[in-house]
Write a protein that binds this ligand. Sequence first.
Ligand SMILES: N[C@@H](CCC(=O)N[C@@H](CS)C(=O)NCC(=O)O)C(=O)O
Length: 320
Amino acid sequence: MALGMMVDGKWTTEWTERDKTGKFNRMPTKFRHWVTADGSSGFKAEAGRYHLYISLACPWAHRTLMMRQLKGLDEAIGLSIVDPILTDKGWGFSDAPGCLPDTVNHAQYLQDLYVKADDRYTGRITVPVLWDKQTQTIVNNESREIIRMFDTAFTAIAKPDTDFYPPALQDTIDRTIDAIYMPINNGVYRSGFATSQDAYEEAVTELFENLDRWEAVLGQQRYLCGNQLTEADICLFTTLIRFDAVYHGHFKCNLKRLVDYPNLWNYLKDIYQYPSIKATCNLDHIKRHYYMSQTQVNPNHIVPKGPLINFDEPHDRARF
Ligand SMILES: N[C@@H](CCC(=O)N[C@@H](CS)C(=O)NCC(=O)O)C(=O)O
């Protein structure tokens, strides 16, 4: 099926994010309100007020689910999980294994929420979405900002001693999230969605140069910003866990596999083995989403059986 978007509140499949040279240019997200501890923004951090809509397949949405688990906010913030396969109306809700229907708005499709929040909405219909039940609107649909809010605004109701944006590391964390975004997090999409050889080669070269760079950093310290897990690691993890199963084959990011990088591979297993993080990973949704929804990349929708990957195998990161 063709990917679609909303124009002035109406669904259309006549669109593209590729420019004349075949490069993929991601559209910026539109809902950018902030939840704050004191409510001065109009959105106060409170238990029971917000609802998170995600896909287990999507690396951006996966970040928000990880942070919700790590902060122990699963009772305070509700959750819906869309069906992994995009329909001709975009993301939809179902009761398939691993999915959670929309118990708040009782929507059939995610686009219903966007139109409810703004009946003249123009943009893509993406996960994650943070919904405010009180004002009946979308607070924010940008993963990087949603994880920051979960991490810093909900402290009064979150699990104690969970700070993934500690004051001493804030600049480093922000710089690291910026540094990995274009070449790695978005780089796999820039490779896979390129429609010219030049655009693909530029993206894939930059991607592997940057993986090489972080491989070296992770030879010196346990995590990206030092020896403690931060928001930056959450941002990288959700791309790495999809790498060998999807990006290597489906998106042609195949100069190396992730398992060929000793530090990145052990780092990935280290983070995966946090029990609250393992519970957020669903390779079945991940593989079926990419291979079965992105018809332009994989027209016959065949989902490969491999590769065989064991994220539970021991890691060597405790040496730091
Ligand atoms: N910048 C956004 C990107 C979100 C995004 O692109 N989500 C994808 C899934 S991986 C999506 O919902 N795509 C559906 C579409 O574009 O129709 C974020 O980080 O939250």
